[in-house]
Design a protein around this ligand. Structure first.
Ligand SMILES: Cc1cc2nc3c(=O)[nH]c(=O)nc-3n(C[C@H](O)[C@H](O)[C@H](O)COP(=O)(O)OP(=O)(O)OC[C@H]3O[C@@H](n4cnc5c(N)ncnc54)[C@H](O)[C@@H]3O)c2cc1C
Ligand code: SF4
Length: 334
């Protein structure tokens, strides 16, 4: 039997969750926050998640998008994906974020889904969502059904011998390229976590997906001011044109001066165990002429450590082509 509660202040929400003295942020949590509910209620219906208490955070004052003094943007945790994608400041200064969100799910789901919930959406690995199957992420120690099983859609970067699931979010890929910071309120007060440090690789503990601790509530996300003269682009490749998760995607933020790349930020989606920022690709781009040859070198660097599974070797070439095309588009006529 589940209890549903509403809260109206972030500290009350964090306190209730922390007082439960149990897991609230990782697989098997006995207390869960619910925002849009588009991930959580799905998983509760499948019996993958079975929290005893569900705390509705929709009445918290966390639904605003505000400019930051000195530039940058503050995005509340319960801002709906649709509102974020269409916000004038996002469309103007962070086009890659708007494009990434609008490439995800459907209009109806984006109207419900929130910034905090999207950051914490779970893998679409079929074995994770089926309690009759072995899955180290859902039930540590039971094995990984996907290794040697159906793994066409899963990760090729950052995997381990215990889990090869990918992070399915489009928004997270754009946030990685934009170097977002996640702000959290919890039992230890408030803290700010760079997105690069927020999601964890599976390693030996695939059930632990983020650095969140019991009671932690995401309150907002901040974006640094847009890099001067930069152009950005999100490209998503998938099995059908809409309402489908990425097989491979690329978020790029690039500045060129006199035909040379002076600054670049590159992140890949669909292929990584977490939103996959690629310092290797960025190093291959920076200082080089903005040509197709440079973009191919960057793509080769980004995928150099890829470890394909039995069904998804095609993703290596797909992700390379995706990144090259995104870079070409972002630097076109620059
Ligand atoms: C059919 C379908 C298709 C989809 N297609 C795509 C797609 O193509 N691309 C894509 O990126 N996504 C896709 N999604 C996923 C969708 O974007 C996510 O379900 C959504 O973003 C989750 O947000 P939410 O607010 O509904 O989260 P919820 O379901 O409310 O919460 C998700 C998790 O986050 C936790 N949580 C929520 N808010 C907070 C907070 N502030 N602090 C701490 N914990 C919190 C909850 O406890 C829960 O564990 C799809 C979903 C569906 C159902
Ligand atoms: S890939 Fe990860 S989520 Fe999928 S079955 Fe293996 S352990 Fe579970």
């Amino acid at each position: 039997m589940q209890s549903f509660e509403f809260v109206r202040a972030p500290d009350a929400a964090a306190a209730i969750a922390a007082a439960a003295k149990s897991n609230t942020a990782q697989q098997g949590a006995s207390v869960r926050f619910v925002a849009g509910g588009t991930t959580l209620t799905d998983l509760m219906k499948l019996n993958v998640e079975h929290p005893a208490r569900v705390i509705d955070i929709n009445e918290l004052p966390l639904n605003r998008i505000e400019p930051l003094p000195g530039g940058g943007l503050k995005i509340g945790a319960t801002v709906r994906n649709s509102d974020l994608a269409h916000h004038p400041a996002v469309v103007r200064d962070y086009a890659v974020l708007s494009q990434a969100i609008l490439n995800g799910a459907s209009g109806q789901i984006r109207n419900m889904a929130t910034t905090g919930g999207n950051l914490l959406q779970r893998t679409r690995c079929l074995y994770f969502r089926d309690t009759a199957m072995p899955c180290n992420k859902r039930e540590p120690g039971t094995g990984c059904g996907a290794i040697g099983g159906y793994n066409r859609n899963l990760a090729i970067l950052g995997t381990s011998q215990h889990c090869i699931a990918n992070n399915p979010s489009d928004m997270n890929v754009a946030l990685a390229a934009l170097e977002a910071t996640i702000h959290v309120q919890g039992a230890r007060g408030t803290r700010a976590i760079e997105i690069a440090d927020f999601h964890l690789l599976p390693g030996d503990t695939p059930q632990r997906e983020t650095v969140l601790e019991p009671g932690d509530l995401i309150t907002h996300v901040t974006l640094p001011p847009p890099a001067a003269g930069s152009r950005s682009m999100y490209l998503k490749l998938r099995d059908r044109a809409s309402y489908e998760f990425a097989l491979a995607s690329a978020a790029v933020v690039v500045t060129t001066v006199d035909g040379r790349v002076t600054r670049s930020r590159v992140a890949l989606g669909g292929v990584g165990a977490k939103p996959w920022r690629s310092p290797e690709a960025e190093a291959a781009l920076t200082g080089q002429p903005a040509t197709e040859a440079t973009f191919h070198a960057a793509a080769d660097a980004a995928l150099r450590n890829a470890k394909p599974q039995s069904q998804n070797a095609f993703k290596v070439e797909l992700a390379k082509r995706c990144l090259v095309y995104a870079l070409k588009q972002a630097t076109r006529d620059a």
